[in-house]
Write a protein that binds this ligand. Structure first.
Ligand SMILES: Nc1ncnc2c1ncn2[C@@H]1O[C@H](COP(=O)(O)OP(=O)(O)OP(=O)(O)O)[C@@H](O)[C@H]1O
Ligand SMILES: [Mg+2]
Length: 172
């Protein structure tokens, strides 16, 4: 079974994958550096060849559980999508601690507040295969536990949709 662990940058995908690495095979899409086709200076981010990554994911052996981690992992051929979510205020703190520019912080905080990744995941997958975990006041270990529950088929509660839309109104 191939599982996407996705979410806006800073929601904790890599931290959670590190906790799960002792139990599951983890593929981090960011490690495929050869997929970077261009550097977007304005947005301080790489443009990646998604078709190349899709091919790599399709080629992965399908024995056991593989967790594919990265913020475009929901755009790959998989069986289940887990979206990590984070309250915009907390996300801003996490990204500021990474010394991101104000532009890059805002871009990601807005995307998270709008629920962009969940929306994209739902465009590609049935809502029954899309799960969301609120990481806001959770340690990576707790989030990893939630991921394991979902993998084991005990994830019904994570099909509830998370929305931070009302936070956007507070910005104006
Ligand atoms: N559950 C959490 N609670 C508090 N801080 C967290 C949590 N998870 C991650 N962090 C912190 O937030 C920052 C981002 O985490 P992480 O690198 O795991 O995010 P990511 O989703 O992999 O981001 P990217 O898409 O940029 O790779 C790190 O500094 C990490 O220590
Ligand atoms: Mg990461």
């Amino acid at each position: 079974m191939k599982i996407a662990l996705t979410g806006t940058p800073g929601t904790g995908k890599t931290s959670v994958a590190n906790v799960l690495a002792s139990k599951y095979k983890i593929i981090a899409l960011g490690e495929f550096k050869e997929a970077r086709v261009q550097y977007d200076e304005e947005r301080d981010t790489y443009i990646v060849d998604l078709d190349y990554l899709r091919k790599k994911v399709a080629e992965l052996e399908n024995d056991g559980t593989v967790i594919i981690e990265g913020h475009y992992s929901h755009d790959m051929p998989e069986d289940m999508i887990i979206v990590l979510r984070c309250h915009p205020d907390e996300l801003r703190r996490r990204l500021a601690a990474r010394n991101y520019s104000e532009y890059k912080i805002m871009e990601n905080v807005e995307a998270e507040a709008m629920g962009l990744i969940t929306e994209e995941a739902l465009a590609h997958y049935s809502e029954h295969n899309v799960y969301e975990i609120d990481t806001t006041n959770k340690e990576p270990e707790e989030v990893a536990n939630a991921v394991e529950n979902i993998i084991r088929g005990n994830g019904e509660e994570y099909k509830n949709r998370i929305s931070y839309m009302e936070e956007i109104l507070k910005w104006y």
